[in-house]
Write a protein that binds this ligand. Structure first.
Ligand SMILES: [Zn+2]
Ligand SMILES: [Zn+2]
Length: 270
């Protein structure tokens, strides 16, 4: 049985809509056994991210105290390739949100459709495969650089690509880039997030990564965990049922989540 939990959430400390306390309250009401906060950490390429890690950590620990014995709350951080952190966290999510285009601009991958189109056009001369190569190379580099516990929203360049609008996600050349990078980042311990964030925002009908990538991850001996990349407390578990179906389809017999006791990550049979 899969117990409810979410390790990928954002609050008003970065770009989320709700306070830590409100999110915890909603999570508890929705029956989550554990909840992790994963604010965007500071980064060197721009001023985005949590301004005071100490204040953020103190607030998460304070609210964790309010729910002690009822719902376990963990202190996490979402660390970009350009990210760094100055205090210890219970866990770190690793992400790629920016690519360096040939135009010398550091382009955001997922800010908006307009930004994405500009990145493809001006940063990569309209060459989607070159953009994809750059993205997957950065995924591998991010894992080597920051060594995250969980790789999140792998495949983020597909966020605005519903119905293959910009490139064909089934193109063997594209798939090879994506699958080869999975092989490079799989170490048997690091978890891969099945991310429903774009479903919550009405951007996609499916989670990332896609079914074939998940299948490859399983063949590589990797394990998966659910995350909704939640920026709105009402969508804490948005898309989880569909994501579980996908995980089962890919052949997994278990899914991981944040523990409700002393153990950080635990496994549920599905
Ligand atoms: Zn992210
Ligand atoms: Zn996130």
């Amino acid at each position: 049985m899969v117990k409810r939990s979410n390790l990928h959430t954002h609050s008003v400390f970065c770009d989320g809509k709700d306070t830590i306390e409100h999110m915890a309250q909603r999570a508890y009401e929705m029956g989550l056994v554990s909840l992790g906060f994963s604010g965007h950490g500071p980064q060197t390429n721009n001023g985005f991210g949590i301004r005071s890690e100490a204040e953020y950590a103190a607030e998460v620990r304070r609210v964790a105290g309010l729910y002690e014995g009822r719902m376990k709350i963990w202190l996490g951080i979402e660390q970009d390739y350009f990210g760094y952190c100055t205090i210890p966290y219970d866990y770190r999510l690793g992400a790629v949100h920016y690519l360096d285009g040939r135009d010398g601009v550091n382009h955001p991958v997922d800010h908006s459709e307009e930004c994405f189109e500009r990145m493809l056009r001006e940063g990569f001369g309209g060459d989607a495969m070159a953009m994809a190569r750059s993205y997957y190379e950065r995924e591998v580099a991010m894992c080597e650089k920051i060594r995250p516990d969980v790789v999140v929203h792998y495949d983020l360049i597909c966020k605005f690509n519903e119905n293959n609008r910009f490139f064909d996600e089934q193109d063997p050349a594209y798939m090879a880039l994506s699958l080869d990078a999975l092989e490079a980042i799989c170490d048997g311990r690091r978890l891969l997030e099945v991310n429903t964030g774009a479903i919550a925002r009405g951007r996609r009908s499916r989670p990332y990564p896609d079914a074939l990538q998940l299948k490859r991850w399983r063949e590589l001996g990797g394990h998966v965990i659910l995350g909704s990349d939640c920026h709105d407390a009402e969508k804490l578990t948005c898309g989880f049922e569909d994501a579980l179906e996908l995980i089962r389809w890919a052949g997994f017999r278990s899914v991981w989540r944040l523990g409700e006791g002393d153990e950080l990550f635990v496994e549920d049979t599905i």
